[in-house]
Ligand binder design. Structure first.
Ligand SMILES: [Zn+2]
Length: 171
């Protein structure tokens, strides 16, 4: 098990993370550590609270992998102080997993199309439109910044299943 990644039950995963105000070397170092842990765990996204830093920083980094063979390929996108500004009316239910919730998958309803405003590592204001799987990853990571995991989002206990069962039945 990777002790560098906060696991379900760690208080930091339930906290509302604080806004980043300084865009200096400490932020760059935090993002570096997030990248390292995400890659080490073969993840496609990570939020700072997952490495015990209660700050509003998230990375999405979709790429095809054994766990997500259909994931689109993208350059990692680092978002500081991200906020969802817009969303379409369509929602979709899909399976999610989380580096902080090992061994469990959950069915979660998410918007299909979203617009996010954020700052980059230098504090520059940016925005991005995301849809489908990328919107799902982003919304999952944004939830972490508000102290929520996908387990808080499932609509029924029946929508939580063991990862091993998911491998057999759902992928
Ligand atoms: Zn997660």
């Amino acid at each position: 098990m990777n002790n560098n990644i906060a696991q379900l039950g760690e208080p930091v995963l339930g906290e509302v993370a604080t806004y980043v105000r300084e865009f200096g070397p400490e932020l760059a170092e935090l993002v570096e550590r997030m990248m390292t842990e995400m890659e080490r765990a073969n993840g496609i996204g990570i939020a700072a609270p997952q490495i015990f830093a209660s700050q509003r920083v998230a990375i999405i980094a979709s790429r095809p992998s054994e766990r997500y063979p259909d994931a689109p390929h993208m350059e990692p996108l680092v978002m500081v102080n991200p906020e969802m500004l817009t969303h379409g009316s369509t929602e979709q239910v899909g399976w999610e997993g989380c580096l902080s919730v090992p061994g469990i998958r959950g069915k979660v309803r998410r918007y299909c199309d979203i617009g996010i405003a954020y700052q980059d590592l230098n504090g520059e204001a940016k925005s991005v439109e995301l849809s489908g799987f990328l919107a799902r990853i982003a919304l999952h990571e944004l939830d972490h910044l508000d102290g929520k995991t996908f387990i808080d989002k499932v609509e029924s206990r029946r929508d939580l299943i063991a990862g091993t069962v998911w491998e057999q039945q759902c992928r």
